[in-house]
Design a protein around this ligand. Structure first.
Ligand code: TRP
Length: 334
């Protein structure tokens, strides 16, 4: 039986961190056996944020792929490719753009939140406003049925499916497929400061490539309970970042439950739980880091090249169908 096609992607704007690991990478390692999985390095989409600082993107591209391979994404099972090298994608965008209104894009909840976060007010770059159309091109080009993403991406998939339905209706075709989100069940990982989600820009994340010293330093600087001063003081577990990370990364859930009880009662020091977390993360990240440093640049480029060639063929095929449906297949018998 043919496996269903799954598509995901990341904007390459820095190395990946533990939040990515539990949020999407672990999922992809599992899903690559179940689906025909495509993983896109979304550099065109990253440009909508960083068009004036493109080196940030080109510098991150190989790092992201190194992160993928070192956690166990298998290039023989997953097709990893570079968005900007597939010209069929921006071509599809031109055709889809006629099927969306500006106000619909402005009302897209994901876009709306980002417009506020970025303080665009009345000067929204058209490229940014249209990135949901670009994402619709990504999804439809591969006829992806499954989009394994976090909840924040739902409005983008909804918008994609609206385009699919309109396209198929207007041009009287079935060539585009609707996609379904497969939601990741892990909540977003909080940053080591406990204030916001872990992210590169907030400098509050533990990166997969961090050295043992840096990991230790970050763990020992984690936000716990400011009122838990003496070991004998009762401590708070909610909002305590060390416990949040132990919940996410320590396998023995019973042991964590009993440590939490002890901590709440009083008698368990921050140093003990930090030491346990440090050991846990060191064990998790050591093999990933070793693998990463054994990867040669040429090997990573080969993976990207092979993946991109394969993706290109598929996207071009869809583009042909799309142009044919519209009636733009002028030289098809040449
Ligand atoms: N929007 C996604 C992100 O910011 C990246 C992305 C681009 C994507 N195209 C996609 C995800 C297509 C899933 C499907 O992380």
């Amino acid at each position: 039986m043919n496996k269903k096609i799954a598509l995901t992607g990341d904007r390459p704007t820095g190395c990946l961190h533990l939040g990515h690991y539990i949020g999407s990478l672990k999922n992809r390692i599992r899903l690559q056996n179940q689906y025909n999985q495509y993983i896109m390095v979304a550099d065109i989409q990253a440009l909508t944020d960083y068009f004036s600082n493109p080196s940030k993107i080109s510098d991150s591209l190989l790092e992201v792929v190194a992160d993928y391979i070192s956690v166990g994404i298998d290039p023989n099972l997953s097709t990893i490719f570079i968005q900007s090298q597939i010209t069929a994608l921006p071509e599809l965008v031109m055709y889809y753009m006629n099927l969306v209104t500006v106000s619909r894009l402005e009302r897209n909840p994901t876009v709306k939140t980002e417009i506020q976060q970025k303080n665009f007010a009345d000067s929204i770059p058209a490229g940014f406003l249209c990135y949901p159309v670009s994402q619709a091109a990504d999804i439809t080009a591969f006829k992806a049925e499954i989009i394994p993403v976090g909840e924040d991406q739902l409005p983008l998939i909804e918008q994609c499916n609206e385009i699919v339905r309109r396209f198929n209706r207007i041009y009287n075709t079935q060539c585009l497929k609707e996609a379904k989100a497969e939601l990741s069940t892990t909540p977003r990982l909080v940053g080591i400061d406990g204030k916001a989600k872990a992210s590169k820009s907030l400098n509050n994340a533990i990166f997969l490539k961090d050295s043992p010293e840096i990991i230790k330093e970050k763990v020992y600087s984690m936000f716990t309970d400011p009122n838990h001063i003496k070991i004998s003081d009762p401590g708070k577990v909610e909002g305590n970042v060390v416990f949040t990370y132990l919940d996410a990364f320590y396998d023995d859930k019973e042991e964590i439950a009993s440590l939490k009880k002890q901590y709440q009662k009083g008698g368990l020091g921050d140093t003990s739980i930090k030491s346990l977390l440090n050991k846990t993360l060191q064990n998790l990240l050591e093999p990933i880091r070793e693998k990463r440093f054994s990867l040669k640049k040429d090997y990573l480029y080969d993976i990207l090249y092979t993946g991109t060639q394969k993706a290109k063929t598929i996207a071009e095929h869809t583009l042909c169908e799309v142009k044919e449906a519209i009636g733009l297949n002028f030289f098809s018998n040449k």
